[in-house]
Design a protein around this ligand. Structure first.
Ligand code: SF4
Length: 73
C-alpha cells in the first residue's frame, strides 16, 4: 500500500505532550477557511511512500520517541 506524503517532522514538539514523529499527508479537498497547511491541499503534489518506507524512517528515531519510563507520575 502506498500513500502520498507532503512531509515528515522527525521531532515534533508542538502537537501535544512529548516528542513525536509527525507525518503530513498530501491532498485535501476540504479547504477549511483557517487551514494552517494549505501547501498540503494539492491532490497532485507530495511523494508516494509505502508503509514500509515510512516505518523505516520512523524507526531511525525510535530512541527519541519510544517511552522509557514515565517521569510525570
Ligand atoms: S485543516 Fe486544512 S488539511 Fe485539515 S481538513 Fe481542513 S483544509 Fe484539510
Amino acid at each position: 500500500m502506498k500513500g502520498k506524503i507532503h512531509s515528515f517532522e522527525s521531532l515534533g514538539a508542538v502537537d501535544g505532550p512529548g516528542i513525536r514523529f509527525v507525518i503530513f499527508m498530501q491532498g485535501c479537498a476540504l479547504q477549511c477557511q483557517y487551514c494552517q497547511n494549505r501547501d498540503t491541499w494539492d491532490l497532485h503534489g507530495g511523494t508516494e511512500y509505502s508503509a514500509d518506507e515510512v516505518l523505516e524512517r520512523i524507526l531511525k528515531y525510535k530512541n527519541y520517541i519510544m517511552p522509557h519510563r514515565r517521569r510525570y507520575h
